[in-house]
Design a protein around this ligand. Structure first.
Ligand code: R5P
Length: 310
């Protein structure tokens, strides 16, 4: 077993490799002057099982292309099998045609990864579980719920807690977290008048005087969370926390969070945000490296990955 890192999140790849007591595969990943990706594997990997770690985070197109070129280089170097470890799977939000004449990019990207030569995918909190079915190769979709539940139990008074989904699509996620921390759930009725804009219509459930924990897969512009926090506060919530797996944090999202009434935002390191997060004392990061490393170990030993979440 060997681990190759793309350039999107070298910090996380190094952590994963360290936990597996491995060194990252020696490689050159560079750009030609026009931006084309060049990948060279500098060691023999013939017959090895290779795990290539790359999030398709911002710049999404560059990082996705880099993943595809890495997989192609590994295939042509006679790797025995190639697992694409994609902590943040970008392009997943376009998983169906919401309006006519649009693309389904989640399917397009799954085809690209498979056709490049991946034999398996490991990812985390896919935007929609059914994206697993867009692949005809095995997909292990890991969950950050156990990591979030551990942090909540350690740092928040769980007696008066409600887990909140910021939209109807995330109810399953809120329910799973609620089960682990013994809390009821509430739902924010969110509408999107246009891509990147969100409006709160209503809150389903009782949040008055409660400590609310919003759980979501992605924070991008921050609009969803800021609006949900305001709506919960308006309905009488005592405190509002947010636990979100993928910190896309584009534009002025960090500023918006700083200015909002959210008490704390906890995100994972599926995306490397080291620079951006220096500007916020409200945002904390919890690492997924040990869970990712354990999943890789179990895949390599052909033991159960799902039992990690029982
Ligand atoms: C949407 O369905 C996702 O689960 C997130 O709620 C959304 O991507 C967050 O986006 P933003 O932070 O731009 O509102």
């Amino acid at each position: 077993m060997k681990v190759l890192s793309g350039t999107s999140n070298v910090k996380l790849s190094k952590e994963i490799a360290k936990r597996l007591k491995l060194k990252l595969v020696n490689s050159n990943i560079i750009r030609f002057a026009d931006g084309e990706v060049y990948v060279e594997i500098n060691e023999n990997i013939r017959g090895n099982s290779i795990f290539v770690v790359q999030s398709s985070s911002q710049p999404a197109n560059d990082h996705l292309m880099e993943l595809l070129v890495c997989i192609d280089a590994l295939r042509r170097s006679s790797a025995k099998n190639i697992t694409a470890v994609i902590p943040y799977f970008g392009y997943a939000r376009q998983d169906r045609k919401v309006v006519p004449r649009t693309a389904i990019t989640a399917k397009l990207v799954s085809n690209l990864i498979t056709n490049a030569g991946a034999s398996r995918v490991v990812t985390l909190d896919l935007h929609a579980g059914q994206i697993q079915g867009f692949f005809d190769i095995p997909v292990d979709n890991l969950f950050s719920t156990p990591i979030f539940a551990r942090d909540i139990k350690k740092n928040i008074n769980t007696k008066n807690l409600v887990c909140v989904s910021p939209d109807v699509g995330g109810v399953e996620r809120a329910r799973a977290l609620g089960r682990r921390v013994n809390a009821s759930i509430a739902i924010v009725d969110k509408r999107r008048p246009a891509p990147g804009k969100s409006e709160v219509m209503n809150i389903v459930g009782n949040v008055k005087g409660k400590i609310c924990v919003i759980v979501d897969d992605i924070i991008d512009s921050g609009g969803t969370i800021v609006n949900a926090v305001k709506a919960l506060k308006d309905k009488g919530a005592a405190d509002v926390y947010a636990y979100i797996t993928h910190a896309v944090l584009s534009g002025n999202a960090v500023d918006k969070i700083n200015k909002s009434q959210v008490k704390k935002l906890l995100v994972t390191d599926s995306i490397d945000n080291s620079k951006k997060l220096k500007k916020s004392s409200k945002i904390q990061v919890v690492s997924i490296s040990s869970m990712m490393a354990e999943a890789i170990k179990r895949i390599s030993n052909s033991t159960s990955v799902s039992s990690l979440f029982k």
